[in-house]
Design a protein around this ligand. Structure first.
Ligand code: ZN
Length: 300
């Protein structure tokens, strides 16, 4: 396999002897694209960068290119009202709705609890039939979003999983790196998984090795993703590289698509949406863009 560019890409791998699979990712320019559409304070930039990195790793678990992974964090009374990200075939997007004034009264590096209050994390895998849609919801607890996603796999799926995410903004540009490793005793396409007991000697070894990854290894733009895996695992086990995938910022908000969607609305709904000039304005929260669909193109 050709070496993956060490930035804006995801590498899938397995450790066959330990019945583990994993994903390692590093994102740079794609994050600048996603974050650059908004005027976010540093704490919001960091949490969204972490969320996009997690979304990339979870999305890369999907086999089908028509499948979509959505990660949403919601709260009842948090500084952040909603954080939403999704992944489809290497395309990533995300945004955060938050209360700027309340954020200003928080410390510079607010805790997850301070940002979300009593929150929930929803992870949705949308796959073509026969798999269909599968959503898991867990309380937003722990020190980080990464930890909450790790808990999701334990609680909703009973899959022992290790997740690490690191964010670096030291050069004025944001770089996020992540590692996900999980134990699937029945192999990658897992039939019924029997993880009712949580003692897995072969997993514990991988968990320790994977957990030793340094944040700087995850975010160093020049360090190839393969190299991280060799450093962590290859001394004891064979690591098999499965596939690499570039990541881009992707949104479905082009004007033709929006016009098609609106065209399918019932006439009463369209009448409600039209402004005094006879146009419909649609906002894309992901891109901070407003699309104006003119009246003339709505009448067919
Ligand atoms: Zn958009």
């Amino acid at each position: 396999m050709a070496e993956m560019a060490p930035i804006d890409s995801i590498l899938s791998f397995s450790i066959p002897a330990k019945h583990c699979r994993g994903r390692v990712v590093r994102l740079g320019p794609v994050l600048d694209d996603i974050l650059g559409a908004h005027d976010y304070p540093p704490a919001i930039r960091d949490i969204l960068a972490e969320a996009v990195c997690l979304t990339a790793m979870l999305g890369a678990l999907l086999k089908d290119e028509d499948a979509q992974l959505t990660l949403q964090a919601q709260t009842e009374a948090g500084v952040i009202n909603l954080l939403a990200c999704d992944y489809k075939d290497g395309a990533l997007r995300g945004y955060v709705e938050f209360d700027r004034e309340r954020l200003a009264s928080q410390p510079v590096e607010p805790s997850l609890m301070a940002l979300f209050g009593k929150g929930y994390l929803a992870i949705t895998f949308d796959q073509p039939a026969p798999r269909g849609r599968n959503q898991g919801i867990v309380p937003l607890e722990g020190a980080s979003l990464a930890e909450a996603v790790q808990n999701y796999f334990f609680q909703s799926e009973q899959i022992p999983t290790l997740i690490r995410v690191a964010i670096d903004e030291s050069d004025g540009k944001v770089v996020a790196g992540g590692l996900l490793v999980q134990h699937l005793p029945d192999g990658e396409d897992g039939r019924e998984r029997l993880h009712v007991r949580l003692d897995h000697p072969e997993w514990e070894h991988v968990e320790i090795m994977g957990g030793s990854v340094k944040p700087t290894e995850l975010t160093e733009p020049a360090l190839p993703l393969e190299e991280i895996l060799w450093r962590l695992f290859s001394e004891s086990d064979e690591v098999r590289l499965l596939s690499g995938k570039p990541c881009v910022k992707g949104c479905r908000c082009n004007e033709d698509h929006i016009r098609d969607v609106i065209a399918r609305f019932p006439k009463e709904d369209k009448d409600d949406m039209v402004d005094e000039q006879g146009n419909i304005a649609i906002d894309c929260a992901f891109c901070s863009k407003t699309f104006t669909i003119t009246g003339a193109s709505l009448n067919n």
